[in-house]
Design a protein around this ligand. Structure first.
Ligand SMILES: [Zn+2]
Length: 326
């Protein structure tokens, strides 16, 4: 009996001469300096302008391609899709907006993609957001994927790397979207309980409920140059307060100066930087906790035992105890 081969792409209705992932076919022009790049040049440079270092917007998959060793990673839970519990409709129904967003993206199907990958030889679980999918908004699928990613990381003893790009909670899911803020915090708690690190990379923009929850809670927090990182965007604040905000309001560089993040890192440097952190923090096989954690615990114990009594005496004096009471 002759076998029949049917292309999965054909079943899905995709054109067969589709360009490789991340290459759109046409090039793009840098909005800052006007340099034109061919699509494959942009992919090679992690979608960063080689003339002025402008960071082009990137999809979740493009970010994972740039982060993973050899651009190789596997993605679980691609079948998760948003429900429509509120049967929400404004100018257009929620289901129709989701369907359009899905058709526009390169197959991720939601605003967050999870990957199992290696970064500079260090295995990790990564979760990357896609601003092109309904503004990277956090609905129940984003929360679910993030929760599963942290559980998978904790089970496997692996670190979690989270790359954000989001306008905030997805209003079409109402309170269910806001509940994902708490859920994402619990996901990080899972990592903390397992003594495993979470590294966050803030892409442009990271605002609203995402910045007010998991984006701000990493053990190590990097941001891409020029990324807007704020709860409310400058336009909203200016309209409300009728005051002009400085041009650098909420930018990654401002957040670094204010101590909100650890470093501003060029996207091309990210694999190297994250790889160095993972080399220090990752858990060697057979050990309960990473050496850095054990070392920190031992130091804390040693400090608690050997500190002079001065801090206690000072505290007593501030409270007014100071031996005066009988
Ligand atoms: Zn440029």
């Amino acid at each position: 009996m002759a076998r029949v081969h049917i292309s999965i792409d054909r079943l899905r209705g995709k054109p067969r001469d589709r360009p490789p992932r991340g290459v759109s076919g046409e090039g793009e022009t840098c909005p800052k300096c006007g340099t034109h790049f061919r699509a494959e040049e942009l992919v090679r440079n992690a979608r960063v302008c080689t003339s002025c270092s402008h960071h082009f917007a990137a999809t979740a998959r493009q970010r994972l391609d740039a982060l993973a060793d050899g651009g190789e990673w596997s993605e679980p839970w691609t079948d998760l899709r948003a429900g429509d519990p509120l049967r929400f409709s404004d100018l257009e129904s929620y289901t129709s907006r989701v369907a359009k967003a899905e058709a526009k993206t390169d197959g991720s199907g939601e605003a967050l993609s999870v990957a199992r990958l290696e970064i500079q030889g260090h295995p990790a679980i990564a979760a990357a957001m896609d601003f092109g999918f309904l503004g990277g908004s956090m609905g129940s699928v984003v929360g679910e994927k993030l929760a599963r990613a942290s559980e998978r990381a904790a089970e496997s003893g692996l670190p979690l790397v989270v790359i954000t790009a989001s306008g905030g909670a997805r209003m079409q899911e109402g309170i269910l979207a806001l509940m994902q803020m708490a859920r994402s915090v619990v996901a990080y708690e899972t990592m903390a309980d397992a003594h495993l690190p979470v590294i966050v990379v803030l892409g442009h923009p990271t605002t609203g409920g995402v910045w007010a929850s998991f984006a701000a809670l990493g053990d190590v927090t990097y941001a891409e140059p020029g990324a807007l990182i704020a709860f409310s965007g400058p336009r909203v604040i200016e309209q409300t307060t009728r005051e002009k905000l400085p041009d650098d309001f909420g930018r990654a560089e401002t957040q670094l100066a204010n101590g909100q993040i650890d470093a501003v890192v060029d996207r091309r440097e990210l694999p190297h930087r994250i790889g160095r952190v993972l080399a220090i923090l990752e858990r060697p096989r057979g050990l309960e906790a990473p050496p850095a954690f054990v070392w920190a615990q031992e130091r804390a114990q040693w400090a608690a035992q050997t500190l002079p009594t001065l801090p206690k005496r000072l505290a007593d004096r501030i409270r007014g105890d100071d031996g005066a009471q009988g």
